[in-house]
Design a protein around this ligand. Structure first.
Ligand SMILES: NC(=O)c1ccc[n+]([C@@H]2O[C@H](COP(=O)([O-])OP(=O)(O)OC[C@H]3O[C@@H](n4cnc5c(N)ncnc54)[C@H](O)[C@@H]3O)[C@@H](O)[C@H]2O)c1
Length: 379
């Protein structure tokens, strides 16, 4: 958790709210929204008060699933309700910008599903707005709260791998197919978020190939090659047009190698004490042979907590303590900067595309309010 505080006066809960509960509004109750409702309702001191969906059948479905839940077809039912302090946005990506902006303007703390918005420019506007209004803006990059990924990051922080050479990630399945965003924005947003989290660095450029087999202008499959500083290379393969569901990532270092497999029932992490040793050649002094070093494989114990629940808990802690979440708006903006570079590269037939600088702060017509985040540094 990033321990940068934001001003206390920026969003304390009302002490007169219903029974002192923290009340949440969920906008978008399609496939994913109900998971947010279930998780927030399961956390003591928190309750989902109202759900909004444009579709009547989805409103009826969540009413049947969650007793006592109010539903509406109008986002204002959440945004204008003074008893609702936190808003979860689980609508399609193309709608995120307008809904998140209106929620921040209405004074709500926001947890928006990934990716934050279709463009880095839009993300930057939302980041600036959240800071101006002293609101928490968290984005549902749920793999940052995945216990296996956190265990892997712990190993990297302990320098278990030594110098990291490269990372290889695969995320495939048959469906779900999206119409509003490509597999790059839908699926690779997860892997890019994991890479930024694990490597704690921004890449410099992306080369990517992708193809649209099912619908025009929506890539179903993509192969991304992402260059990080210090010659760290990352390769990401995403597809929703694949016979097998795979969620895997391997980090190869000069000391150890670590594999994460989210679907491995015996444990998501394998630490391979393997590497390469150089030994001098018996034939020719001064020459080296490269020999494989085979060591033990360790399977560390990883707690089986639900990542979405851990993410919900972090959101609640951040709104209570007014601290920034790990997947805050700036982090999410950085993810979208990388995804945009990938889409540009795909449009140029795989030519390398530089990750663009963070978009400039939004021009303001009136003087900005005091910034909400104290001593914030660019990450
Ligand atoms: N973190 C994850 O692992 C994960 C998994 C699935 C989806 N998601 C994200 O969640 C979001 C939603 O995905 P989904 O699969 O539930 O999509 P979905 O299409 O099944 O559901 C979206 C719902 O939003 C409703 N909606 C659309 N515009 C609206 C508006 N303006 N106001 C109110 N309701 C509106 C639709 O009627 C629909 O029911 C996407 O951003 C997606 O990327 C994240």
């Amino acid at each position: 958790m990033v321990e940068q505080t934001i001003r206390r006066d920026g969003g304390a809960f009302s002490s007169t709210s219903d029974d002192m509960e923290y009340q949440v509004g969920v906008i978008g109750c399609g496939e994913w929204g109900p998971n947010h409702i279930r998780n927030f309702n399961s956390i003591p001191g928190c309750r989902v008060r109202t759900c909004v969906d444009l579709r009547e059948e989805r409103r009826q479905a969540v009413s049947r699933l969650f007793r006592g839940l109010k539903t509406s077809g109008d986002v204002r039912a959440v945004l204008d309700d003074p008893k609702i302090h936190g808003v979860v946005v689980a609508t399609p990506t193309a709608t995120h910008f307008d809904i998140v902006r209106d929620a921040l303007l209405a004074g709500k703390d926001v947890l928006c599903e990934k990716p934050l918005a279709p463009t880095a420019d839009e993300c930057a506007v939302l980041v600036d707005l959240a800071e101006e209004r002293s609101r928490i803006l968290m984005v549902g990059h749920v793999f940052l709260y995945n216990p296996g990924i956190r265990r892997l990051r712990e190993s990297l922080l302990h320098d278990d791998c030594g110098r990291i050479y490269y990372v290889h990630a695969e995320r495939t399945n048959l469906g779900p197919f999206r119409r509003d965003v490509s597999a790059v924005f839908d699926l690779a947003s997860h892997d890019v978020s994991i890479l930024l989290f694990l490597l704690a660095a921004m890449p410099t450029e992306v080369s990517a190939r992708g193809e649209c087999y099912l619908q025009p202008n929506v890539q179903d499959v993509a192969f991304l090659s992402i260059a990080f500083p210090n010659a760290v290379l990352a390769n990401v393969h995403v597809s929703w047009l694949d016979p097998k569901k795979v969620r895997r990532l391997t980090v190869v270092g000069d000391r150890k190698m670590i594999a994460w497999d989210d679907l491995d029932a015996t444990g998501p992490i394998r630490i391979y004490d393997k590497g390469v040793v150089r030994s001098s050649s018996y034939r020719d002094y001064g020459e080296f042979q490269l020999l494989a070093r085979e060591g033990d494989v360790t399977i560390p114990r990883v707690a089986g907590a639900e990542p979405l629940k851990l993410q919900s808990e972090q959101f609640l802690r951040c709104v209570r303590e007014r601290v920034l979440p790990e997947s805050d708006g700036r982090f999410a903006l950085n993810v979208v900067r990388v995804l945009e570079a990938a889409q540009r590269s795909i449009a140029q037939g795989g030519a390398p595309s530089a990750v663009a600088a963070r978009p400039r702060a939004t021009p303001r017509s009136s003087p900005p309010k005091p910034i909400s985040v104290a001593e914030r540094t660019e990450r």
